[in-house]
Design a protein around this ligand. Sequence first.
Ligand code: SF4
Length: 149
Amino acid sequence: MGLVSWARKRSIWVFHVNAASCNGCDIEIVAALTPRYDVERLGVQLVPSPRHADVLLVTGTANQLMRDRLKKIYDQMSEPKYVVAIGACAASGGVFNGCYNVEQGVDKVVPVNLYIPGCPPRPEAIIYGILKLVGEAPERKESVETIAN
Ligand code: SF4
């Protein structure tokens, strides 16, 4: 493994986008980032600009208001970049699936590397998903795709 790859695994910078969520998933992201779960101890840090981020954490349905903004934010990230869809709304539209102004998942707008299900997913699932993305998650019987609430 190269030095840059090694360093990136231990220094994952994330940018959070609320693409029209109800804030339920966002609260769980905040819980993961703050001292109760303290994901920063694992090298995961929230950054204020997508230009600095390795990973985009997206919540919500990517409705008509947010669709173009989400794409613009994604385009500002430098390679390599990853997208994590957090919650049922980001994965498929969730309870809003079929509504006239929402996408059936944020992967209709930007490419998604990982889905974390739940409404909302717990902070443990969010942390595990991010670590799974960079290959740092401990081995478990069930994968992150099957972690339920
Ligand atoms: S998945 Fe549930 S908690 Fe998350 S934004 Fe949608 S409705 Fe809210």
